[in-house]
Design a protein around this ligand. Sequence first.
Ligand code: GLU
Length: 441
Amino acid sequence: MTTVRYAPSPTGRLHLGNARPALVNWLYARANGGRYVLRLDDTDTARSTEAFARGIEEDLAWFGVTPDLKVRQSDRTALYDAARDRLIAAGRLYPAYETEDELERKRARARLLGRPPIYDRAALSLTDEDKAKYEAEGRKPHWRFKLDGRPVTFDDLVKGPQTVNTASMSDPVLVRADGSYLYTLPSVVDDIDLGITHVIRGEDHVSNTGTQIEILEALGGKVPAFAHLNLLTGAEGEGLSKRLGSLSLAELRETGYEPMAVAAAAVLTGTSLPVEPYPDLDAMAEAFRLDTVSHGSARFDPAELASLNTRILHHMPYETARPRLEALGLASEPLWLALRGNLGVFGDIVDLATLVHGPVTPVVADEDRDYLAEARGLLPAEPWDETTWSKWTETLKAKTGRKGRALFHPLRLALTGREQGPELKALLPLLGRMESLARLP
Ligand code: GLU
């Protein structure tokens, strides 16, 4: 069965860039009848917090992403210990005693000699006596994975055939001197243990994939399919998290962005699909395919997010909006239909509703006073409907000879007190004759 995982570290709030793999994994699972695992990569105990872990789940729930399984790496140390021991027994994990300073000196020397600064594997030739001496000095080993050195190839579902040349890489440290694990080994162990069939993540992990395939094979695991997504960047191609770092999902939510607007921006930017709203993630899952993800950059334009949001609101059916309108005491279909076209974010409805329910301070220019008085006198009798506005203004046009802005704008200013706003055709029946009379001088 298709099984994917989204594996954030609970060391901060999710931002738009994180939403990309979070959602793409979900879409892939939905489209393939698969399972979605949320794996909290919390092996960095100093930086991981419970509050961040909760925040991640809240953010996913906001999109409607409900993991089939949730695991925390901090609960699974025994599995990693067992894998570590197997790799040691197989001669693939070896102890090394260099301090950070010593390693830095080695790198500097390699650079001077014009060699790539990769680890020289000196620790592989340590004798038992050498090791005992280090231990007697109080040094504890860190543990490195012995890379095979053969090119690792895989067929990336986004980027096509890939080759990672592990011969040009340092043997990665999998276990720190204090016994704690870096991300690499736990990730592989979990991918095997949880039966992950597809690893979908950011393209910053491509070289890790080379190492991880070697570790997977060393542990006898089945190598999953990989898909590396281009990273969202700012408009100039700069990293998203720095300049647009304020765009945490929580902040976007608080600002009033619709989850499907954020989802469309996070998923569709940098694909060959148009960046347009979808009614829900299931509809997006039907349209989305990994091979639509571009090999180039995914430049995010904040204006696009705003535009997605307004498009969603402007077409939102009353039934969809109703629960939220009820919470605001504004549940009325005609009110919603009259105002939705002017919403930037949903919460704008509170302000716009004052155009109907007041208070409104009519704006009346001196030169329009006579015209407005005439308009007042010609207000049609009730009942009013969507045709009332055109009937009224047609009559006014014929009587006064005014047209265009001179005909309409003074009416808007008097009736709403504002330069711009919702269509008066829809607003007028909501005001009713009494209220309209009260606003006309
Ligand atoms: N915790 C890792 C990250 O956030 C997970 C990467 C992966 O998906 O394997 O980058």
